[in-house]
Each structure stands twice: as C-alpha cells, then as structure tokens.
Design a binder for this molecule. Sequence first.
Ligand code: HEM
Ligand SMILES: N[C@@H](CC(=O)c1ccccc1NC=O)C(=O)O
Length: 286
Amino acid sequence: MTIHDGVRDLEGGIKTDFSTSMDYGTYLDLDTLLSAQSPVSRPEHHDELLFIIQHQTTELWLKLVLHELRAVREYLDADRLTRALKTLSRVKHIQRTLAEQWSVLATLTPAEYAEFRSVLGPSSGFQSYQYRAIEFLLGNKNARMLEVFAGTPQHAELEALLHEPTVYDCFLRLLARRGYPIPDSVLQRDVAEAWVEHPELLPVLKTVYEDVDGHWDVYEACETLVDIEDAFQFWRFRHMSTVQRTIGFKRGTGGSSGVGFLKRALDLTFFPELISVRTEIEDLRD
Ligand code: HEM
Ligand SMILES: N[C@@H](CC(=O)c1ccccc1NC=O)C(=O)O
C-alpha cells in the first residue's frame, strides 16, 4: 500500500539533500526562466502574464525547431537521410504543439487585450528573430526582413543565414549526389533569394512519386517536407484567425495593415514542386 489516508508515501530512496549535488531548479536555471516575465501595464493587468507566457513558450519551442532544422541540414549534407527524417519528425510534433497552443491565447477577449495593448508600443511578433530564422531555413528568404534587426546582434546572424542553403537546397543536393538528375539551375541557384518554383524539377520528382517503393526514403522525405509546410501554414492560419477575433481589422502594432498582411503570408509556399508533382500523378482506371 503506497497511499495512506489519501497521502502518497515518500519512498526511502527519495533524495532531499542537494547541498553537494545538482537539483532540478539549478539544472533548468529556473531562477532565470521564472524571473523573465515582466508585465509592463500599471496597475498590472491580470491577462498580461498570459500574453507574455504564450510568446515565451512559443519562442522556446522555436529555439528547439531552429536547433533541429540546423541539424537536419547537417545530416542531409552528410548523406544521413534517415537521421534527417527522424529529426524532421520531432519538428512536426513541436509544430503540432505550437498550433494547439493558440487555443490558450484565444481565451483572451478583445476587451481584455484592449486594456493593455497600448503598453506594447510598436513591438510586434514581426520582430521575432527566431521565427524569421526558421522561415529562412525553410526557404522563405527575404533580405528586407533584416531591416527591423538593424543594430542588433541578430542582424548578423540572420544575414549569415540568408546566404546559407535551405533545408530544401540540402535535400536536393543529396539527391544529386545519389544520381538523381537535379538541374544545374537548382543546384547553382543564389541561395539568398526566395525559392521560386523550378518546373524542371518536376520530372525528377515524378519518377519518385510514380514508383514510391523504388525510392522509399526519398519519397518519405518529400512527404515529411509537405507535412512540415502544412503544419507551418496551419500555425500561420491560427495566428491570423486569433488576431482577427482579438483585434478585428485594426492595424498591427508593428505597422502593418494587420489581418490582411497576415492573410497574404498564407499564399507563400516553401516546396511548390512537392505540391505540383501531385497534379502530375495519373489517376488509374481499372
Ligand atoms: C492577441 C495576440 C496577437 C495579435 C493581436 C497579433 C497580431 C499580429 C499582427 C497584427 C502582426 C502583423 C505585424 C504587425 O503589424 O504587428 C503580427 C505578426 C506576427 N506575430 Fe503576432 N499577434 C498575436 C500573437 C502572436 C503570438 C503568440 C506569436 C508567437 C510568437 C506571434 C508571432 C508573430 C509573428 C512571427 C509575426 C510575423 C508574421 C509574418 O511576418 O508573417 N503573434 N502579429
Ligand atoms: N502585433 C500585435 C501585438 C503583438 O501581438 C505583440 C506585441 C509584442 C510582442 C509580441 C506580439 N505578438 C505578435 O505579434 C498587435 O497589433 O496587437
């Protein structure tokens, strides 16, 4: 029996003296983490803590996504496709958590948000360095996004990332090394530019999608990239719809038109050929 009068017994082995060893709070640096929530409203608005924690938890997960996507590029460069796939699968699970998390912020009513929105000044998620870095890694390169980071250490980091290959570049280079006829126009592209659809890639992808068993790991990688894009778009949609129900059609604090600006992001695409190849798959008849 481990429960007495509704109380769980502490087992004899449970450690309680940490004077000479690592403990939970020290390992996780919780003093730093839990002292980093500083509401600005005066008197402090009850819901500002929700707003801050929603952003901070998102940024923590984005930190891990960034870490994993950098690893994915390294695995692809080292021809370790299976390892890259395993890592991308972790990214997908984080994306699911991030999309789900919008429901917490959706409990913030328009009236509650309006009570402290003005303290945000011109700050906005548009200035999220990690979000932009992830977009760059996935192929949505845009040098103008650097402007809001002028004079900060993140500017140099994003500038470097702008000139590095994307996850998709690394994947297609791996395919070329495996003997797939990836066109030079793709392999030699200026990686600092946003990805634009390369129709000349379609015949290569078609060979994969027409014989998935003969190209299984490549096929699986293509489908995983589609999953990642899908999840990214879902996050963007949930952001846009949460914004719409919270501020309607007000302008954004970052200076954009607001919802209209966020809606246009839904037309962006990371891996257009992986969508177009589906059009090429012939419907079979019996
Ligand atoms: C009530 C909550 C929120 C509102 C009203 C809101 C509103 C907006 C608006 C209007 C923009 C466009 C830029 C601007 O003019 O400010 C924007 C951009 C952005 N927000 Fe939010 N947001 C909210 C929550 C969040 C959260 C929780 C995150 C998570 C980190 C986030 C991340 C971003 C990002 C990354 C962008 C840039 C998007 C892009 O460039 O396409 N936002 N937000
Ligand atoms: N752009 C938002 C403000 C906002 O959401 C925000 C402000 C400061 C830090 C992060 C934010 N989140 C997303 O844009 C607005 O227009 O209300």
